[in-house]
Design a protein around this ligand. Sequence first.
Ligand code: AMP
Length: 312
Amino acid sequence: MAITVVGSVAYDSIETPAGKRDRCLGGAATYFSLAASFFTDVRVIAVVGEDFGKRQEAVFDKRGIDRRGIERAPGKSFFWQGSYLDNLNEAKTHQTDLNVFASFEPKIPAEYADSEFLFLANIDPVLQRRVREAMPDVKLVAGDTMNYWIKDHREALGEVLKGLDILLINDTETRMLAGNNNLVQAARGVLALGPRTLVVKHGEYGATAFFSDRSFTKKREGQTPHPFRAPALPLEEVVDPTGAGDSFAGGFFGYLASQGELTPAAFRRAMFYGSVMGSFAVERFGTERLQELSRKEIDDRFILFRELTHLD
Ligand code: AMP
């Protein structure tokens, strides 16, 4: 089943303890679609500027990602500059230039209309909502956001949260959104805002899913499932954490979309595939590792994840 994703396609300048990169290909929708493309068909909605080159387009084409919905507009592409010098688990944002995204009016190509899965990757919640409304027939909608939008775009974000089957955000964003420092209470607070299921990403410590009594997995089990945690792989070296969250989301949602039935077991395996894709993303700068990854490496690492946690 195909996924349509809307979100940032960007240039990133990144500094980590391992080094620096200037203006490499980035953006939430970019990481998401590269990761998800190993599992299912992916179609992107975004806007780029005149500075977006053939080399960047080729990254999408090589993975068979449909970029007919990536519009080119006069001006510059989205630009983000961040560093991880104090804490590898959390980016410090130095600059966010929305550029062509500031006046973007998303159009959905007719070829995307039969997508059954929709992912609202990190971008202005007003745009997320417009795309959601333009695709009323999708079967499952998941989404992401970040502190930038939580702080100053609450109202618009609130409207997006009401329509989400699954929200994927990190610990800090969960606490910020709920105004509560205890993770379990904060998760309950976030679920009360609308999403049926919440997946909280803990960076190098994995991810936890919290379910409401409206979660789709509930219908099958007859009761609200307990939270479920997937680990992250302990790595010798984290080169660049940028995009780990989006790659987690891509692996998670891509795997779910590749499954015939949305069972609780498929959901739990999807959490592991999310962790697998996040663990690859951080091994090199930007999207470098995802660009040259193979399905065999993904399957081998999934086995490693099982061995990390299974008792028998
Ligand atoms: P993450 O998975 O959270 O590390 O996401 C990193 C990506 O998010 C980078 O490639 C940035 O281009 C993108 N990004 C940063 N800030 C924003 C923002 N305010 N809206 C949308 N995308 C952003």
